[in-house]
Every structure is written in C-alpha cells, then in structure tokens.
Design a protein around this ligand. Structure first.
Ligand code: SAM
Length: 169
C-alpha cells in the first residue's frame, strides 16, 4: 500500500496505525510519502517480535511510485466507485497497490489510479478504509503466528496469554 500525505511529527500515531493495520491484514509493504525513517524503524521492531516480512519503505516521489507500479492501483476515496462493485477486479489483480490519502489528497491521484474506490460514501478514516478493503480482498486474518514470530497470542476468553513461539500453550 501507499500512504500519501504523511505529516512526520504531526500524526505519527495515525500513520503507525495504518502501517500496523496493513501488516496485520496481509499487505506486504507500505510505501510512505514523505519518508519517515523513525516510523519505519518502529514498525520493523513490531515485525521482529510478531513475525512476517512487512516493511515500511520511503517514497520521496509518490507520483513515480504510482506510475511505475506494475499492477492495479486502487485509490481509496469516498468519491470513488463502491468497493462492492470493484471487488472482482481487485481480487483478480496480479499485483495490487492500495493508496490512501491524508488530510489533503493531491488531485492527480484520481487520474493516475486504475480505480478510485469508496468504502461507503461518508468521510471516515484511512485506517478503516484500508482494513475493510484488505478484508474484502483477503478475508479476516486468522489466528496463526506470522513466519519468524518470536511470540504469539494464545486466544483466551478472558485475560492475556502470550507465549514464545516454541512454547506449547
Ligand atoms: N478530505 C480528504 C479528501 O480530499 O478526500 C479526505 C481525508 S480522509 C481523513 C483520509 C483518507 O481516508 C482519504 O484520503 C481516503 O484514502 C480515506 N477515506 C476516508 N473516507 C473514505 C471512504 N468513505 N472511502 C474510501 N476511503 C476513505
């Protein structure tokens, strides 16, 4: 996925949540415009504990990232076509770049994207839009630990239990 319009120092928590959501719901990487190496390091630390291969990569030129992407580009915007309508094409895509904006969205993004996709036509959040789009394409994430995880959650009705990945529940 590509996050456009990150404001380093102003909304680190929101973009961090976006990265963690992308990771947990099955995305491979986040391209981040403008780049924020501190955020990338924090997200990498989560991956070191909880596994997977997700990475945050700086994208100094977002237009170039979109133009050079070899696949389908789905820009999430409340003004686009309904997700339900575009879903078959997104599921068929060999490679998919999901793009979300920030407080302001550059107008060129609408033109450069293969699809402009709405998750409902009310304003809400890039985190919600991303989570619902990934779930619609990939399904709800299962309980299995990601490859290389040092620890995993043992699901419980109450309380919290986390074990080393080699430990039995
Ligand atoms: N005012 C901005 C605009 O011009 O579209 C929207 C800002 S919104 C807080 C940030 C991002 O959340 C948007 O760029 C979009 O990616 C996502 N988003 C918010 N509502 C959405 C919706 N209903 N459908 C799809 N994406 C949405």
């Amino acid at each position: 996925m590509l996050r456009v319009g990150h404001r380093a120092g102003r909304d680190p928590r929101l973009t961090t949540h976006l990265a963690l959501t992308a990771r947990a719901f099955g995305a491979e990487r986040m391209l981040l415009h403008p780049p924020d190496p501190d955020l990338a390091t924090r997200v990498a630390a989560v991956g070191a504990r909880w596994g997977g291969h997700f990475e945050v990569v700086g994208a100094p030129d977002w237009k170039r990232a979109v133009r050079e992407f070899d696949g389908t580009v789905a820009h999430l915007t409340m003004y686009g076509l309904p997700l339900e309508r575009v879903r078959p094409e997104l599921r068929r895509a060999r490679r998919l770049l999901i793009v979300v904006g920030g407080a302001k969205v550059p107008p060129d993004l609408y033109r450069l994207s293969t699809h402009n996709v709405a998750v409902g036509h009310q304003p809400h959040s890039e985190v919600a839009a991303l989570a619902i789009t990934l779930t619609t394409i990939l399904g709800v994430p299962g309980p299995a630990a990601l490859p290389g995880a040092r620890q995993r959650v043992v699901p419980r009705r109450r309380g919290k239990r986390v074990v080393e990945t080699r430990e039995r529940p």
